[in-house]
Design a protein around this ligand. Structure first.
Ligand code: AP5
Ligand code: MG
Length: 190
């Protein structure tokens, strides 16, 4: 199964991906985590990416797609993958579609996590105190939300037209949201 999690910052893409991949036994591909790891390793990619991430802006499409397509070539991704935080622009969505079509493994579903901004900002500010993510501060959170609205939200129509979009209410406990995701994917619930 090839699945995408799309949603604004703080919607629970990471949280719900971890639950779902334990259930489906497919690998996780989170571009945010890959880029944070590159930063922690102080690689060239990490240093370049930090300039965008610390400001809450998107890392350029070509940098992200090169990193993602290289990872997708690894054998564990042959039969499935849970994409978290990718794609984030129409250009990335089209590039991912082309790569998956070439492998004859098109996307099965796109889970769009919906929630109002006030709740999401609260979640990220609570995480800021616990995890010290550099982009979890009020100014950068505001920018990430704006970037989502302008650059990523258009993907919802793109996937609606493709017939793969499944919208899920991301408010409630992580357990409640996970049950809705399983329902949306027609997986056994409970
Ligand atoms: P990325 O790491 O993807 O960050 P993001 O989209 O801003 O989202 P978050 O990771 O903050 O939120 P999430 O939806 O995963 O929620 P989470 O489960 O953590 O990207 C970071 C940056 O990298 C980008 O700004 C960009 O610069 C760059 N980047 C990454 N991918 C890129 C791409 N494809 N192209 C270009 N640039 C890219 O939950 C948030 C918090 O809420 C957690 O503390 C969690 O415990 C809590 N929580 C989760 N669910 C619930 C719930 N139901 N109730 C209460 N609390 C909850
Ligand atoms: Mg995340």
């Amino acid at each position: 199964m090839f699945l995408v999690f799309v949603g604004p910052p703080g919607a629970g893409k990471g949280t719900q991906s971890k639950r779902l991949l334990a259930h489906l036994k497919i690998p996780h591909l989170s571009t945010g985590e890959m880029l944070r790891k590159a930063q922690a390793e102080d690689s060239e990619l990490g240093k370049l990416a930090a300039q965008y991430m610390d400001a809450g802006r998107l890392v350029p499409d070509d940098m992200v797609m090169t990193m993602v397509l290289k990872r997708l070539d690894q054998p564990e991704f042959a039969r499935g993958c849970l994409f978290d935080g990718i794609p984030r622009t129409l250009e990335q969505a089209r590039a991912l579609d082309r790569a998956l079509a070439a492998r004859e493994t098109p996307l099965d579903a796109v889970i769009a996590l919906d929630a109002d901004e006030k709740e999401l900002i609260g979640r990220m500010l609570r995480r800021a105190a616990a995890e010290h993510r550099l982009d979890d501060n009020p100014q950068v959170i505001f920018e990430r939300m704006e970037v989502y609205r302008c650059q990523t939200a258009p993907l919802l129509d793109y996937y609606r037209q493709a017939g793969t979009l499944r919208s899920v209410d991301a408010l409630g406990t992580p357990e409640e949201v996970f049950e809705r995701i399983k329902e949306a994917l027609l997986l056994p619930t409970g």
